[in-house]
Structure formats: C-alpha cells, structure tokens
Design a protein around this ligand. Structure first.
Ligand code: SF4
Length: 210
C-alpha cells in the first residue's frame, strides 16, 4: 500500500472556534465554519473544500483533454453544489456540476466534455467505494521526546505518536533505521532530505525542533 500524496495533509485546531490551519506540501491555509454555527467564516468550510476539489479536478481534467485535442476553448468555469436525499431508506448525496464554456462548442464536443468531466479522478474516486478511516494517537509522552542533531537542524521524535508504520525507514533508511542505535542517523543524508522526510511523517511523531 502506498499513499497517493507524498506529504499527508495536516490540519490543526486550537480552542478558537472553528478555525483550522491546513498544511499542504507548499504552504498553509485557513478553514473555518459559517457564523450561524459558531465560526467566523474566515475561510472555506469542509463542504466548500470538498466541492472545490470536485470543481478544480474537473477543470484541470477538461483543460488537459481540450489541449490534447487542440480545440479552441480558452476559458471555462464550473459551478458545483450538492444536496442530500433519502432513496429507498438510504441517504444519498448528489453533487451537480454546471459547466460553462465562454466560446461556442459543438453538440459533439459538449457531449464529450461532459463525459470527460464525469471521469475526472476526484469524480471517479467519489463514485467508487470510499472508506474514511481514523486512527488516534495521544501525546502522553511529551516528556519522553528524543532529539537528534546535525550542524543545521534538530529532529525531535515522540515515540508516543509514532505509528511504527515505517514510512520513514522505508523511504530514507540511511537516516531512519530502527535496527540501529540511535535509530536516527543525522549524518545519513542532507539536511534538506531529512527535512522533507520529517514532513512526510503521518502522525507528527517526527518534527523539526524550533
Ligand atoms: S514515519 Fe513517523 S510514524 Fe511512521 S515510523 Fe517514522 S516516525 Fe513513526
């Protein structure tokens, strides 16, 4: 099993309702909830993020297809929304996309583009079988952090958060080797490689100490 993203999406919430900071591979952004449910509406809410994913995947997939075909369709937009309904006693979520092309397209092109939109990677994933799992770790060993240093950085390892999934040991074994003592060898790779690997730790067990 290999995760799709090289770096997991990490999100953090503090006591302030309900602002979250989401870290992605090149930066951070804020999410929030609408005022009517107690947030401050300072960022997109989770439903908006989900629909944004559908919208942007649709557009990027269409762009690739149109460019490959050499069609003259420079600009296009999509509006996405969803509703829930109960069908035969089962709760069903329906996501609708309205595609808007700002230049004329033929009936044949329109039909093809709707088909391509339906098979964009995020649509295919949502229409397939999706499992959303959760694992929990608690930072009960904050006094038991181990640190490893080279001349430039210090890596902090918190065994209480380590899932022992071995991702670090598989991807950068010259640094992370559980068979050795100490198990982190800061001379085994460049500082940049170590930083990148630390960022891939799915549980936050590895951190760059501030
Ligand atoms: S990647 Fe993180 S959680 Fe996985 S084994 Fe390494 S330190 Fe532990």
């Amino acid at each position: 099993m290999e995760y799709l993203l090289d770096y997991p999406v990490k999100a953090l919430i503090e006591p302030e309702k309900y602002k979250c900071t989401v870290e992605w591979r090149h930066g951070k952004f804020i999410t929030d909830e609408p005022r009517e449910i107690g947030g401050k509406d300072e960022g997109p809410d989770p439903h908006t993020l989900l629909l944004s994913s559908v919208a942007t995947c649709t557009l990027a997939t269409l762009r690739m297809y149109i460019d490959r075909k050499g069609w003259d369709i420079p600009d296009m937009a999509v509006a996405v929304n969803m509703y829930h309904e109960t069908k035969d006693g089962k709760s069903v979520t329906v996501i609708d996309r309205d595609l808007n092309f700002f230049t004329p397209v033929t009936d044949e092109q329109r039909e093809r583009l709707v088909h391509i939109a339906k098979v964009c990677p995020i649509s295919k994933m949502l229409e397939g079988e999706v499992q959303v799992r959760a694992f929990a770790y608690s930072d009960h060993s904050s006094l038991d952090k181990h640190t490893y240093t080279n001349e430039e950085i210090t890596v902090e390892w918190n065994p209480g958060l380590c899932r022992h999934a071995g991702r670090c040991a598989t991807q950068l074994p010259q640094v992370f080797n559980p068979a050795e003592k100490p198990w982190i060898n800061m001379d085994g790779a460049t500082t940049r490689e170590i930083r990148e690997q630390v960022a891939r730790c799915p549980t936050g067990a590895l951190k760059i100490a501030k």
